[in-house]
Design a protein. Structure first.
Length: 166
């Protein structure tokens, strides 16, 4: 169901995950017939794929909802409860780094050194980075401009997989 071009970010690292998500949401929408479906932007790729594959199949309007963050910019997630206080602090530092990176890269999208610099700073705080990419938020391609870019990350701390986008 998902095209080769969509096998990026989480879909690249979690084979079959979005096919399952789309099948479940498709079944719900077949049975529920709601006017609206509200989905969080925290899992932006999931929101994008649901819109892409299901928006025109149903009369339901799919609405993206802003990511809710704590005072230290960490996105709220049930997975946060699985983290120790030390790990949570590291995640909050990663979130702050992402916001800082976003601000700096928006001034010069061509400065690829910034990507490597921030990747190394983030790597110091986590066990593994699955991906750390800048993509176009309208189609998830790598063709970006100052007006259409979003930073995507998936990383692990103590075997807990966390995602974010700014």
């Amino acid at each position: 169901m998902i095209s080769k071009n969509d096998r990026i970010l989480c879909a690249k690292h979690r084979k079959g995950h979005f096919e399952g998500v789309l099948a479940v949401v498709n079944r719900f929408m077949d049975n529920i017939h709601s006017k609206y479906l509200f989905l969080g932007e925290k899992d932006f790729q999931q929101l994008y794929l649901i819109k892409k594959f299901l928006q025109y199949k149903f009369k339901t309007k799919i609405v993206g909802c802003k990511t809710i963050r704590n005072k230290n910019k960490l996105p709220l997630s049930s997975r946060n409860k699985l983290l120790s206080k030390i790990s949570l602090k590291k995640c909050e530092k990663i979130s702050k780094l992402l916001f800082n990176f976003s601000k700096k890269i928006s001034k010069n999208l061509q400065n690829i050194k910034l990507l490597y610099l921030y990747r190394s700073k983030i790597k110091e705080l986590c066990d593994k980075i699955e991906y750390f990419e800048i993509r176009n938020f309208t189609n998830l391609s790598k063709k970006i401009s100052k007006k259409n870019f979003k930073i995507f990350i998936a990383y692990k701390i103590n075997k807990i997989r966390l995602i974010d986008n700014i």
